[in-house]
Design a binder for this molecule. Sequence first.
Ligand code: ATP
Ligand code: MG
Length: 252
Amino acid sequence: MAEAKAAASAAGNAVPAAGTVPALHIDKLRAGYGPTVVLEDVCLTLPERGALALLGRNGVGKTTLLASIMGHSSFHGGAIHYRGKAIHALEPHERSRLGIGYVPQTRDVFPSLTVEENLAVAARPGRWPMARVYELFPRLAERRGHMGNQISGGEQQMLSIGRALMGDPALLLLDEPLEGLAPIIVQTLLKSIERLIREEALTVILVEQSVRLALEVTQQAIVLNRGRIAYSGESAALLADAEKLSALVMAG
Ligand SMILES: Nc1ncnc2c1ncn2[C@@H]1O[C@H](COP(=O)(O)OP(=O)(O)OP(=O)(O)O)[C@@H](O)[C@H]1O
Ligand SMILES: [Mg+2]
C-alpha cells in the first residue's frame, strides 16, 4: 500500500490507486459568492502527501477554489470529500478541526498581538508545538516579542504559515505565499515549504504566480481559466512544455 501510494504520488497521478482514499477529492464543483458562480465543473483528486500547484492568471478563481475547500465561498453544487468524508456542507471551523489548514492571500496576522501570541491563539495539540514552528522559522523565534505589525512582509508570511501549522493540519492550503517578497526571503520560504511537502507528510495545495517555482516543488498541477480547469496533469510535464505553459499561465 505504501509503495503504491509513493508510486502514485511520484507519478503526479490524478486518479488514486485502487483501495486508497485520497486526501482530497473534488467532483464537479460549482461555487462562487452569493448567487454569482465563479467555479464551474472543477474536479481534482489529491493523494495523501501529494502536492498540487494551482495556477492561472489573475482573477481565474484560484483563491475561490481554496476558499471553497475551506468553506468560505458559496457552494452551488458538486462535492468535496476530505479523507473520504463529504465536507462541502460543513462550517469552516469544522473543516479546520478535521485537519485542513489555510494560509490566506491576505496573511491574516493579528497586528496588535505579538508573534508568539499570534501563534498561541492557533495552538492545538499535535505535531506542531510552538518549538517546532520556531525550528522551521528561526526568524520568528528571534521576533517572538514583536507585534504583528512590526515585522516584515516575509516574517508575516512565515507567521501566517506558522499559525496554520499550530492547528496541526494534514492538508495545507497556501495562497500565494511568495507574493511580493524579496528574492532572498522567497528562497528561505520556498525551502520551508519544500520541507513541509517532502519531510512532514503534509498534503499541500500551492497557489503561486511564480509558476516555475510552484511546478518544481509539486507533483501535480491544475491550471484554471475563467473558473474552469484548463489543464490537469503532472507538474514536470507542464514544466517541460514551454509552449503550453506560456499559453496557459504566462502573462499576455
Ligand atoms: N468576495 C467576492 N465577492 C464577489 N466576487 C468575488 C469575490 N472574491 C473574488 N470574486 C471574483 O471571483 C473571481 C475569481 O477571483 P479569485 O480571487 O478567486 O481569483 P484568483 O485567481 O485568486 O486571482 P488573483 O491571482 O488575483 O489572486 C473574480 O472575477 C473576482 O472578481
Ligand atoms: Mg487569489
